[in-house]
Design a protein around this ligand. Structure first.
Ligand code: BGP
Length: 474
């Protein structure tokens, strides 16, 4: 069995918008995700097509209450502490700090909330790992500026980042800029608050917005290094190796091209756009407007570590017959891999792919890796006595942690593992509550009914042992 390094950061990962609820409390402004209902409209909105910047009466918006972590975080953190968490990844909601995004002064009630939250973690020696932007843009910035398509967002983001870096400099030593930065290419409203008008060149807008986020990310890295010299700040990629469906060189080349979404990380970790990205812009007649000084900024302020999520591998094919068999529920346009089983939501389950992905990222960037998301979204059926035997979840996690250990044995430098949704939360893609990742069950259904009571699942004690044995006992 592989040895995990001493001080390995075991824990879990959450995002404000999927967890906190209290969507207008404490002076918080509306964020993009507060406009995303469950049901069929969600997908349309996620891809940048929305007709109202206010919630509608006849829709259900799961982020509005989520699991009420805003009021119950003490109870939840006590449970994480009981499992022995060394780290907890959370995000700060931009609109709790700057309700409109472009406000001159931050909102003190919002700042205080996260002060209290970090104090609560520190009480149990849980290291906060903080994502500055996790899928929520203040709605005012979308309406008034067009969100990340507008260069002005860089300044608003910089002000926000500097405000929180300064405020929490003594409490937070691990930071991350944008969650799954590549997601803006697939779900542009989710990743970047982008809304498209009929007939617009969506691809041009997405890559321009990406450039703005990359500049903003470099500015946050710069600010972090200046304000908290002993902190580490990383980027975050929705990772997952793309396999060729066959050994046909056409398939191999297609898989290679699909993996080139990691150009984001090339910019954030190596400090420049790679040649293949420039070629892609040329071939697609895209003009990315850059300001004087951007290139130097990107070059000089690269990240300290590579954060990534890994849920599954992807598979690419050029064969029209194979292409008919796209996996469901996956935004990466992957075809079904005949060697892999899938989750109830159609995500391929591939522990070995985790080792491969970690090796590829390490070989490529030679910077420490931090696994900040991994897990199985599944339906849990409580027994009559309320217990939940989630052996399928244990099985998934056991195999993935084992492969992470293999990657470490391969020489990959991995500093921590925060599994996704250690307590059941709202699903980002579907808005459902029944897609659960947690070691802790939350009594709430897709329509928002339930007591919100927390119950330990079977996986709770299992993960507790994994942490206590530093990954020796799986
Ligand atoms: C990632 C996001 C998370 C999270 C996770 C699981 O894309 O960073 O916010 O939700 O995926 O996805 P889902 O909630 O759709 O199952």
């Amino acid at each position: 069995m592989a040895k995990f390094p001493k001080g390995f950061l075991w824990g879990g990962a959450l995002a404000a918008n999927q967890t906190e609820g209290a969507y207008l409390e404490g002076g918080k402004g509306l964020t993009t995700v507060d406009l995303m209902p469950t049901g069929e409209n969600r997908w349309k909105i996620a891809t940048g097509h929305i007709d109202s910047f206010a919630p509608k009466k006849n829709e259900f918006y799961p982020s509005h209450e989520a699991i009420d972590f805003y009021h119950r975080y003490k109870e939840d953190i006590a449970l994480f502490a009981e499992m022995g968490f060394k780290a907890l990844r959370v995000s700060i909601s931009w609109a709790r700090i700057f309700p409109n995004g472009d406000d001159e002064m931050p909102n003190e009630a919002g700042l205080q909330f996260y002060d209290d939250l970090f104090d609560e973690m520190r009480k149990y020696d849980i290291e906060p790992v903080v994502t500055i932007a996790h899928f929520d843009v203040p709605v005012h910035l979308v309406e008034a500026y067009g969100s990340w398509r507008n260069r002005q967002l860089v300044d608003f983001f910089e002000r926000y980042a500097k405000t929180i870096l300064t405020r929490y400099q003594d409490k937070v030593k691990y930071w991350m800029t944008f969650n799954e930065i590549n997601m803006l290419l697939h779900l542009p409203f989710v990743g970047a608050g982008l809304v498209f008008k009929e007939g617009e060149n969506e691809i041009q807008i997405k890559y321009q917005a990406a450039h703005h986020q990359l500049v903003a990310s470099a500015l946050a890295v710069k600010a972090c290094h200046e304000i908290i010299p002993d902190a580490k700040i990383g980027c975050m990629l929705a990772a997952g190796e793309t396999y060729p469906y066959t050994s046909n060189p056409d398939d191999v080349a297609k898989a290679m091209e699909k993996d080139r979404e990691s150009f984001f990380i090339d910019v954030q970790a190596r400090g420049e756009y790679p040649g293949y990205a420039k070629r892609f812009f040329r071939d697609n007649h895209l003009t990315i407007e850059m300001e004087a000084g951007d290139e130097e900024l990107l070059k000089n302020h690269t990240v300290d570590y590579i954060g990534f999520s890994y849920y599954s591998s992807r598979t690419a094919s050029t064969d029209p017959e194979v292409l008919k068999n796209q996996t469901s529920g996956n935004v990466f346009g992957s075809v079904a891999n005949p060697y892999l089983q899938t989750s109830e939501w159609g995500w391929a389950i591939d522990p070995k792919g985790f080792r491969i992905t970690a090796n590829q990222l390490w070989d490529r960037y030679q910077k420490p890796l931090f696994v900040v998301e991994n897990g199985l979204g599944a339906i849990d059926e409580p027994n009559a006595d309320g217990t939940i035997e989630d052996d399928y979840r244990i099985d998934y996690l056991r195999k993935h942690i084992d492969q992470m250990g293999e990657a470490i044995e391969d020489g990959v430098d991995i500093i921590g593992y925060t599994s996704w949704g250690p307590i059941d939360i709202i699903s980002a893609s579907t808005g459902e509550m029944k897609k659960r990742y947690g070691y802790i069950y939350v009594d709430r259904d897709n329509e928002g009914n339930g007591t919100l009571k927390r119950t330990k699942k079977k996986s709770f004690d299992w993960y507790k042992n994994v942490i206590a044995s530093n990954g020796e006992i799986l």
